[in-house]
Design a protein around this ligand. Structure first.
Ligand SMILES: Cc1ncc(COP(=O)(O)O)c(C=O)c1O
Length: 421
């Protein structure tokens, strides 16, 4: 298993999350259920911190602002807070979650192209560390809001770099809706400097997610450092994007990633911020699901699961492929199957032509590496309740989100009185 010795491993014939038997867990908690292993998250944090500690002097250690969108469960955020991490948030809701989880306001960075006036006002009121702005219109808004203290702002550069990842998670190419060209940023920084309570202190960049090569980082970082030298910006927020192994991806060494930060960004910066998301939580979670039907289609069997694209949207949205493993190993002969969810969409497919030991209805499967952009993207589509979430931490095993009930799902709907009769 990619998650390592303390993550998800077979003990005997059954897959475990740390010491927790996933068959027993499915029995008591039902399926579909996300199961996270806190140990993996801590390992990933210390791997990243270790790489930066080895590459950079103590005064240049980046603040790790966890990109909450990857997994916003309050218990996961608390775990990040306990490890001393900050947060990168992209909505007022994420900001409130981060604060509620105990992440200090001075470690919270607010990114995103569409902050509303209410969200920006709340960010100012909460005195968060910095707002990363993405357009001239956002600067106008901040000027109009007259922050009552010198508010740190950073400008997001669009470095015009192809990140070499899926089109729907690429953000750094010219013409995307994210960031601004360098010359526009220079002008806006001059404008911002004329306002006493705006502190145009920094620049940010984030070129995409699930990156498997350092080359696009290198180009983006060079452009960011050039702009920092040209504008005098001293805080460089270099985003997230580090990929994880879903199948057989070859990933860059963390040492080389930290080396780029040391060689390119550190000489141009007084303060560094990183926004890792997927890298910290992706491999720390699985989606536990049961086969409801074995459908014999003309050309191949299709396993129909009780988890669907509403629970884990990545395959339908990004053509993502997750490894799927039976929770119990068997000696049944291998067969070729498709694996699908129950949702009425042809994109609700988790795997095509996968080889696995002949499965039977009722068998449990684990969809691996589902800790990032899994539960945080889940929806009620097809009126399917949100799945439960469970956190395993050494010998502790706790429900961190109850499975939604039918009543929970419809509780905010209002039937107009005239229809009630
Ligand atoms: C501004 C910003 N920072 C950080 C991230 C985190 O990216 P990842 O999960 O790939 O590390 C994202 C993800 O989309 C983002 O938009």
């Amino acid at each position: 298993m990619t998650s390592g010795p303390d993550g998800f491993e077979f003990i005997g014939n059954v897959l475990h999350a740390g010491p927790v038997n996933l068959e027993a867990l499915a029995e008591s908690c039902g399926t579909p259920t996300y199961v996270y292993n806190a140990g993996v998250i801590r390992q990933r944090i210390s791997a990243l911190q270790g790489a930066f500690a080895a590459a950079l002097p103590p005064d240049k250690q980046p603040l790790l602002a966890y990109a909450c969108k990857a997994n916003t469960n309050g218990a996961i955020l608390r775990l990040m807070a306990a490890q001393g991490l900050g947060a990168d948030v992209v909505s007022g809701g994420e900001m409130m979650r981060a604060l509620k989880a105990g992440i200090p306001a001075d470690k919270i960075v607010f990114s995103g192209v569409g902050k509303t006036e209410e969200e920006t006002t709340a960010a100012i009121q909460n005195e968060i560390r910095q707002i990363n702005i993405e357009s001239a219109a956002e600067l106008d808004r901040l000027i109009d809001l007259h922050p009552p203290y010198p508010l740190k702002i950073a400008f997001r550069l669009n470095p015009d770099v192809e990140p070499g990842t899926h089109a729907k998670i690429s953000t750094g190419q010219g013409g995307s809706k994210f960031g601004m060209p360098a010359d526009e940023i220079s002008n806006l920084m001059d404008r911002a400097r004329r306002h006493k309570n705006l502190l145009p202190a920094g620049l940010s960049v984030h070129i995409g997610s699930q990156l498997t090569s350092l080359d696009p980082y290198e180009t983006a970082f060079r452009r960011l450092a050039d702009l920092a030298r040209a504008t005098g910006a001293k805080t460089l927020d270099f985003g997230g994007g580090l990929g994880i192994v879903y199948r057989d991806e070859k990933l860059p060494d963390l040492k080389d990633y930290a080396g780029l930060v040391r060689d390119i960004l550190a000489p141009a910066a007084m303060e560094l911020i990183a926004e890792p998301g997927r890298f910290l939580v992706g491999a720390a979670g699985i989606l536990l699901t049961r086969i409801t039907h074995l459908k014999i289609a003309p050309d191949r069997p299709i396993l129909i699961l009780d988890a669907g694209m509403n629970d884990l949207m990545r395959p339908a949205l990004y053509d993502a492929v997750h490894r799927i493993v039976p929770v119990r190993t068997t000696t049944a002969p291998q067969m070729l199957v498709d694996i699908a969810g129950p949702v009425c969409e042809s994109s609700d497919i988790f795997a095509r032509r996968q080889t696995m030991p002949a499965p039977a209805p009722g068998d449990l499967l684990a969809i691996m590496d589902a800790g990032a952009y899994g539960a945080s993207m889940a929806s009620n589509y097809n009126s399917r309740p949100l799945p439960a979430e469970i956190l395993v931490d050494s010998d502790k095993c706790d429900v961190i989100r109850k499975r939604q009930t039918f009543d929970d799902m419809i509780k905010d709907e209002i039937i107009p009185e005239w229809m009630a009769e």
